[in-house]
Design a protein around this ligand. Structure first.
Ligand code: PSU
Ligand code: MN
Length: 307
């Protein structure tokens, strides 16, 4: 399929894809809106290094100069991590960001779109967006969930953040037909903590098994992605009841200050980092790195199946 003119590939990424070598997509909202500087840029670089060490080529995605840029050079990564006006782009924002040539960070939803257009099947991030607490009033449900139902990219994450309503998030994923695969776990990981009491759809023991599931899904023409849920590393994970206190406080502050819509997730992440004295940030960094190992292994397994 010809690449649309509004999609640009870094030459290294284009070469890898042309040769059928494994490539792993990475998002940029986590850089621009999910972590403070300089940890955001340092983490982005380290995660790219881990993907390489795992035998795949990293492709961080953002919107730059009127195109979806797949694969960022060091300058762009730094710009995204330091600029104070980077748009946070979900599916509906893409046309405007491209037409007006704004610098934009891609969320899970738009990173999936860019990856899929480029021909990348695996994407590594921290946590997906989901159904927000109080959604029965606010209707705030992340567009990440609808994207997972329609775009063929497997998303490796540490579950969804417990700032969300996780039972409603899992119910919605079920309705949308999105497989939720636990990597060596029966329970859906709640991001900062290692485990919840919520069951996953399927437990997979290896990257090869996950690659086989994705291949089977797409071979049947069952469009959409899958959530590959990898529990946060034990060393940095935070106790569930402790983090819950901070989450409840941060949500109460957001409500009191009228923070809503796309500003809510960045607000909560920043506040929780402050309230935990940086421990939630350390946990966040460690879990993304942990996901990079698994994502590279799945991309390698998928490329092996296609060879
Ligand atoms: N999870 C994280 N850090 C993040 C995000 C999710 O651990 O920065 C970002 C992702 O880009 C995700 C977005 O797609 O937040 C969801 O935003 P919203 O809740 O507004 O849909
Ligand atoms: Mn939202």
């Amino acid at each position: 399929m010809a690449l649309p003119s509004a999609v640009r590939l870094l030459p290294e990424v284009a070469d890898a894809l042309a040769e059928g070598r494994p490539v792993v997509a990475l998002e940029s909202t986590i850089i621009a809106h999910g972590m403070p500087y300089p940890q955001n840029v340092e983490t982005a670089r380290r995660v790219e290094g881990l993907i390489r060490a795992g035998g795949a080529v990293p492709a961080t995605i953002a919107v730059v100069d009127g195109a979806i840029q797949v694969g960022l050079d060091a300058d762009l990564l730094e710009r995204l991590g330091t600029a104070d006006t980077v748009a946070k782009l979900s599916r509906r924002d893409l046309p405007m960001a491209i037409a007006t040539k704004r610098l934009g960070a891609t969320t899970v939803a738009t990173t999936m779109i860019g990856a899929s257009l480029a021909g990348i099947s695996i994407f590594v991030t921290g946590g997906i967006g989901g159904v927000h607490r109080g959604a029965e009033q606010s209707f705030d449900i992340s567009a990440d969930l609808t994207e997972l139902s329609r775009t063929n990219v497997g998303v490796v994450c540490a579950g969804a953040k417990s700032i969300l309503d996780l039972p409603k998030t899992l119910e919605t994923l079920e309705t949308l037909g999105v497989p939720v695969i636990g990597y060596q776990t029966d329970r859906f990981p709640p991001f900062y903590a290692r485990t919840s009491d919520l069951p996953v759809d399927h437990r997979a023991e290896s990257a090869a098994e996950i690659a086989a599931i994705l291949a089977a899904k797409w071979a049947l023409g069952l469009d959409g992605g899958a959530v590959i849920a990898n529990p946060a590393p034990a060393e940095t994970a935070l106790p569930a009841d402790e983090i819950e206190t901070y989450i409840a406080q941060a949500i109460a502050e957001a409500r009191a200050q009228g923070v809503r819509g796309k500003a809510e997730t960045p607000f909560l992440l920043k506040r929780i980092t402050e309230l935990t004295g940086g421990r939630s940030l350390a946990a966040n960094i460690a879990l993304v790195e942990n996901n990079a190992h698994l994502g590279a292994a799945i991309a390698v397994a998928l490329a092996g199946r296609r060879a």
